[in-house]
Design a binder for this molecule. Sequence first.
Ligand code: NAD
Length: 346
Amino acid sequence: MRVAVFSSKPYDKTSLHDADRDGAHELVFLEPRLNADTAALAAGCEAVCAFVNDDLGAATLAALADRGVRFAALRSAGFNHVDLRAAAAVGIAVARVPDYSPYAVAEHCAALVLALNRKTHRAYNRVREHNFALTGLLGFDLHGRTVGVVGTGKIGTCFARIMAGFGCRVLAYDPCPSEAAREAGAEYVPLEDLLAASDIVSLHCPLTPETFHLIDRERIALMRPGAMLVNTSRGALVDTAAVVEGLKDGRIGHLGLDVYEEEAGLFFEDLSDQVIGDDAFDRLNAFPNVLITGHQAFFTAEALEAIAATTIANLDAFACNGIGLHPVGLDQDPAANRTAPPPEHP
Ligand code: NAD
C-alpha cells in the first residue's frame, strides 16, 4: 500500500523501514502534522500513518476520504485524537499500537519522580557552574511514602510495581480494577481517598470526555499539601490553570509533566530560536519545582521498534483483510458515554 506517514521524524523513517523489511508498502514520509489543511498531502495514498498530535477530527477524515484514504494506522496506543464516528461515517478504518513498551513510559515516570524529589535537574546546573552548595536540594525518602496511581492498565501497573520496589505504599484508582495491579502491590481506594492520602499522584488513564480535566481545582484541593503530581498520560487530564494556582499556593509541591494540554504545535519540534506564545507553558516552566519533558516517555529503542513492527502489521492486515490487526472500533468510542465536553486540543 502507499502510505502517507505524517509527523514523521528521522527515527520514524528508520524504524518503519526496518520493520517493513520486504518493502511491502510504499511509505511516503511527511514532516507536517496531519490536519484538515494538510490532508491533501495524502492524495494517492490508501492509508495514512499518524502520531499523537495529528488531528483526525471529522474535517480531516472527510478530506482524507475524498482523496481515497481508507485506513488510518496510529503510531500510538491512545486514540483520543480520532473522531471514531466520523471515521466510520466516511469509511476509514482505524488501528493502533495497543501495547509497545509499558516499561518505557513507567520508567520515565519514575525518572520524573526521582529527579523532582532529589532536584537532579537543578543539581546538574549548579555543579556545571561549580556551585556545590546543597541548600535548596533537600529531598525525601521514597521508602514509606504513599503513591497514588490513577489508571492501572499496562503502564499504571508497571509504575505501581516500580514504586512498590522503592518501598512505597501504592494506592490505586481505576473503574476496572485489575488483579495484576493488586499483585504489583496496589490497594484500590476511591479517587478522593487516593488524592487525600498520596504523597505522589501519577496519572495513567486515557483521555476521554470523562477524564478531561480529571485534576481540576476541586481535586487539587483534596490533595495533601505539598504533594507531587506527575502526568505522563495525556495533557488534558490536568487543568493547567488550576495546577498553576496549586503550585503558587503550595498545595502542589512538585509537578512532573511529559504531556501538556496545549502541546500540539510545541512538542516534537525544535523551537529554541522562537518566542513561545503560550504564557501558561512559560509560567509552568518558571517554577523551580516543575519538570517538563516533551512527550518523550515512550522514546526508547525497544518501544520505537515495537511501534514500527505493530504499525507494519496493521498495514499488512488491512492490505489483506480490509481491517487492521489492532482495530479501534466504535465500541471503544468514549464519546458514546459522553458526560463532559470534549477536549478542545486532544
Ligand atoms: P491501558 O488501556 O492499558 O490502561 C488504561 C487504564 O485506565 C485502564 O485500566 C482503564 O480502566 C483506566 N481508566 C479508564 N478510565 C479511567 C478513569 N476515569 N479513572 C481511572 N482510570 C481509568 O493504557 P496504558 O497502555 O496503560 O496507557 C495509559 C495512557 O498512557 C494512555 O491512554 C496514553 O494516553 C498514555 N501514554 C503516554 C505515552 C507517553 O509517551 N507519554 C506513551 C504511551 C501511552
